[in-house]
Design a binder for this molecule. Structure first.
Ligand code: NCD
Ligand code: ZN
Length: 361
């Protein structure tokens, strides 16, 4: 690898797993994603959750209204799966043209998941309707059984629940969100082409050691599913950089105010949106696989979701820059992933490496 490689030009990427929140928080973060990404699958875990097509339409309109004036960003909406989601609503989602997936949260697994599914069997009628309608299921794949070790929640979910869902609904397209384990990678690889996974920057960059770096508790790398052992991280990097169309970019950028993270009961979620593509570039460069970045970031996702690929481009240039220590977030602040640290890559929209400072600088 040369010390200063030539700028890399790739088709404009999409983010297939994003939290944008609402109100002032939405206004504070949406520009960071729209700076680089053409589209994003927007998670429905608002309070209350987005459970109807009408609510998704209203949320989409609020997102579009909050965009910076020059942005051309398309939010791809999702519904929050509940045990009572009706087949008629699933059909409405398919026909809407703007709802692209339905998200399964096990009740109590993560932020705003109280209304989630208490036992996946209870959602089988909805899954059957989704299989019939051709609507994608996005899965937060963790058990919430308190007897299961927190680091084993994904593996046990796959063994106890997800393998059964895949067998029972063979035509259902499933994205296993924010995959964190070697077991998860092996499972997704072994399934047919209708099962894929998103991978986040934090799970590709960090093992669970990062949670305790230097002997301190590091709330800004605390997310769910929690970071895992180094061997799992290596399996995720191998999957991301393999060129397999089953693995694609989903940041799970999940903004929480600084005070909600730096707290005795700190919230889960990493805010990666301001530097997301740059962070992935670092991972791919580290693996000697920059030539695989475009597939992961810009091709596999739209192909799986059966949406057109983007036509614009982004350029990644090798240019050191420091991530802001914090950014405005409504009437408070937010700490982005890698705050205060130097990143090697800088992404800009378009084909030429013209400098655009990241938001907040
Ligand atoms: C997400 C959030 O804050 O909404 N948190 C996280 O740690 N990833 C929820 C989720 O995706 O699990
Ligand atoms: Zn998420």
């Amino acid at each position: 690898m040369p010390a200063n490689p030539a700028p890399l030009r790739i088709l404009q990427p999409d983010d297939w797993h994003l939290h944008l929140r609402d109100g002032a928080s939405l206004a504070a973060v949406v520009g960071a994603t729209a700076r680089i990404f053409a589209r994003a699958i927007v998670m429905p875990n608002l309070k209350p959750p987005v459970t109807t097509v009408a609510a998704a339409r209203a949320y989409r309109d609020r997102i579009v209204a909050a965009l910076p004036p020059d942005a051309s960003f398309v939010p791809l909406m999702t519904l929050y799966l509940t045990e009572t989601l009706a087949a008629a609503e699933i059909e409405r989602a398919r026909d809407s043209g703007f709802v692209h997936a339905i998200k399964y949260y096990p009740a109590g697994a993560t932020t705003n998941s109280e209304s989630g599914v208490t036992a996946i069997e209870r959602a089988y009628p909805a899954l059957e309707a989704m299989e019939r309608a051709g609507v994608v299921l996005c899965v937060h794949g963790e058990v919430t059984d308190p007897d299961v070790d927190v680091f084993d929640r994904e593996r046990v979910f796959i063994e106890r629940h997800l393998s059964g869902v895949v067998a029972r609904f063979p035509e259902l397209r499933i994205v296993v969100e924010h995959l964190t384990t070697r077991d998860g990678v092996d499972f997704v690889r072994a399934c047919g082409p209708h099962v894929a996974a998103t991978l986040t920057p934090q799970h590709l960059l960090y093992s669970r050691n990062a949670l305790f770096g230097g002997g301190f508790l590091r709330p800004h790398v605390y997310c769910l599913p929690v970071l895992k052992r180094e061997t799992h991280r290596q399996a995720l990097v191998a999957a991301a950089t393999s060129g397999s169309p089953k693995f694609f970019l989903g940041t799970d950028s999940a903004p929480h105010a600084r005070g909600a993270k730096e707290n005795a009961c700190g919230c889960a979620g990493c805010y990666s949106a301001p530097s997301a593509l740059e962070l992935y570039a670092e991972v791919f460069e580290g693996a000697g696989a920059l030539d695989k970045l475009e597939g992961f970031a810009s091709l596999h996702g739209p192909d799986f979701y059966r949406l057109p690929r983007n036509t614009g481009h982004v350029t990644l240039s090798r240019r050191d820059h420091v991530v802001p220590a914090e950014l405005p977030f409504g009437d408070t602040t937010i700490v982005p992933l890698r705050a205060g640290e130097t990143l090697r890559w800088q992404a800009t929209l378009g084909s030429d490496p013209i400098f655009q400072p990241p938001p907040g600088n």
